[in-house]
Write a protein that binds this ligand. Structure first.
Ligand SMILES: C[S@@+](CC[C@H](N)C(=O)[O-])C[C@H]1O[C@@H](n2cnc3c(N)ncnc32)[C@H](O)[C@@H]1O
Length: 177
C-alpha cells in the first residue's frame, strides 16, 4: 500500500479540522485488517462499506480478500483523495465507489458488510439509519466502540503493543431485535 510520505503529512491530515466530521481520523492498524475480514467472513458476494473510510485501507483490504465491491464513505475530501490514490496504487480503484459525503446522508442499503471505526456516541446516532436501511443478515463490524443496545454475536480481543483492541460483530435481524 502507498503509505504517507512523511510524518508531517499524517499530522496535517489528522489535525486538519473538517466541518461535519464527528470523529477524527485514526487509521485501523494494519495488523487488524485480516482479523476484520475473518470476523466479517468476507466472500466474493460481499459489498463492503466503511463509514468514515479515512485513507481507504479497510475497503482496499476487503477487495483484496475477494469482496465484489467496496464503498468508501468519507466526509473529508483530502482523505478521500488519499483513499483513491491508495486504491489506484493497489490496482483496485475500479472496484471501489468513493462517496465524499456525510455518512448520515449516504445510501447504504446494498451493503452486506459495514465497517465502522467511530465512537460509541456516533454508533448510537447511526443506529436508526442502520436499522431502517440495512437488509437482514448484513454483518456490521465495529472497532473498539460498541453499538449501544445491540447484541454482538462475537467479540474478538487483539493484544496490540500499547493496548488491547476489541472488535464487535453484529448481524442485522439478530443483534438489533
Ligand atoms: C477513526 S477514523 C477511521 C478511518 C478508517 N475507517 C479506518 O479504520 O482506517 C474515522 C473517520 O471517519 C471520518 N468521518 C467523521 N465523521 C464523518 C461523517 N459525518 N461522515 C463521513 N465520514 C466521517 C473521519 O474523517 C475519519 O476519517
Amino acid at each position: 500500500m502507498n503509505v504517507f510520505q512523511n510524518y508531517e503529512e499524517v499530522l496535517g491530515l489528522v489535525s486538519s479540522y473538517y466541518e461535519g466530521a464527528r470523529v477524527p481520523w485514526v487509521p485501523t492498524r494494519e495488523e487488524l485488517l485480516d482479523i476484520v475480514m475473518k470476523l466479517a467472513n468476507i466472500s466474493h458476494d460481499d459489498i463492503f462499506y466503511d463509514l468514515g473510510c479515512g485513507d481507504g485501507r479497510v475497503v482496499i483490504q476487503a477487495i483484496k480478500k475477494g469482496a465484489q465491491k467496496g464503498v468508501c464513505v468519507e466526509i473529508n475530501p483530502t482523505l478521500i483523495e488519499k483513499a483513491k490514490e491508495n486504491a489506484r496504487s493497489e490496482a483496485v480503484l475500479s472496484r471501489i465507489e468513493f462517496i465524499n459525503e456525510d455518512f448520515f446522508r449516504a445510501p447504504i442499503s446494498d451493503a452486506t458488510i459495514i465497517y465502522m471505526y467511530l465512537l460509541t456516541s456516533v454508533n448510537k446516532a447511526l443506529k436508526p439509519k442502520l436499522e431502517s436501511e440495512l437488509k437482514k443478515g448484513t454483518r456490521i463490524v465495529t472497532l473498539d466502540f460498541e453499538i449501544p443496545g445491540w447484541k454482538p454475536v462475537q467479540i474478538v480481543e487483539v493484544a496490540l503493543p500499547m493496548r488491547t483492541a476489541r472488535l464487535y460483530l453484529y448481524v442485522k435481524g439478530y443483534s438489533d431485535v
